[in-house]
Design a protein around this ligand. Structure first.
Ligand SMILES: O=C(O)CCC(=O)C(=O)O
Ligand SMILES: [Mn+2]
Length: 291
């Protein structure tokens, strides 16, 4: 009975902030109050941009089903990993980011010590039992000054959180419905993944887990929109972006020590508490339609 209640409400630790590493924190239950509306929004997004299993550059089918909303979407195929403004499945722009997503991502980033986070892309992952995400870094964005904000909904998962090298020891962190994980600053390029999802049934999502990862792909709208190479705004933006990554980016692209301005941006979190909200919604299908 009590177990069922927690399954419905999310983490029994709702309201606590659990520090994983410098710049990385789990905000327990942070998205609980928004969960029903987030899941409704995911269904609307999936109606326009269906979940699909992408192919890796090596030719494997990913076990996690994915879709996106925002200015661009993350895709993978034989040509590699990248962001692009059009959904390759429909040929349409990705659905716009709902204001609820923007607000939640910003509030979670602020709670983790990263101010003024403005996300421009949300990758939405759907895990069925046995689906997993192998250890990886989120490094297809243009610059790493902004954190990653990741929302867990539905079935619990084991999140693997390591260091800046693939071989670093990983921590196993149980993520529950409503938990929000934020990693940035010195942890922005930490290797992470998700262990194979266990079987189960969650009142909010049924037999799956939904994950929203909010990123900032770039700070220059013209780059995100893919304007032509001779467009004057794009030209300036490209030069600015190059200058930044040449000067600061080289060292930590490859998983080496981050530059001082990333190392010193320690988020102000230790034993923070925030008020947990619990408004379990009606039972839903598993995130909406698939391709
Ligand atoms: O599902 C998660 O908790 C993590 C997702 C993730 O790492 C990604 O989408 O890059
Ligand atoms: Mn990731």
């Amino acid at each position: 009975m009590i177990g069922d209640l927690f399954a419905e409400m999310g983490s029994p630790d709702a309201g606590k902030a659990e520090v994983l590493a410098e710049g990385a924190v789990v905000l327990r239950g942070f998205a609980l109050g928004d969960a029903p509306a987030l899941l409704e929004a995911v269904e609307r997004i999936a109606a326009a941009a269906p979940f699909r299993h992408l192919e890796t550059p090596g030719g494997f089918r990913m076990s996690v089903a994915m879709t996106n909303c925002g200015d661009v979407g993350w895709v993978s195929d034989r040509r590699g990993y990248r962001y692009q403004p059009l959904d390759p499945l429909t040929g349409n722009p990705w659905p716009p980011m709902p204001p609820l997503f923007l607000g939640l991502a910003r509030r979670a980033a602020t709670a983790a010590g990263f101010r003024d986070f403005h996300t421009d892309v949300c990758l939405i992952n759907r895990y069925a039992p046995a689906a997993r995400l192998t250890l990886h870094q989120d490094k297809d964005e243009k610059g790493y000054t902004d954190p990653i904000v990741s929302v867990s909904l539905g079935l619990p998962a084991t999140f693997l959180f390591g260091g800046l090298s693939r071989s670093d020891k990983t921590r196993r962190v149980r993520l529950e419905h409503g938990d929000v994980t934020v990693w940035g600053g010195p942890s922005r390029l930490a290797f992470h993944g998700v262990a194979p999802l266990g079987e189960g049934e969650h009142p909010a999502t049924g037999q799956c887990r939904i994950n929203l990862t909010f990123r900032r792909r770039c700070r220059f709208i013209s780059l995100c929109r893919g304007l032509g190479p001779l467009h004057p705004v794009r030209f300036r933006a490209v030069r600015g972006e190059r200058a930044r990554s040449d000067k600061n980016g080289r060292g930590f692209q490859g998983g080496l020590r981050p530059p001082w301005w990333i190392r010193n941006s320690t988020p102000a979190v230790s034993e923070t508490r925030f008020p947990p909200v619990s408004t379990p919604g009606p039972a839903r299908r598993c995130g909406g339609g698939s391709a």
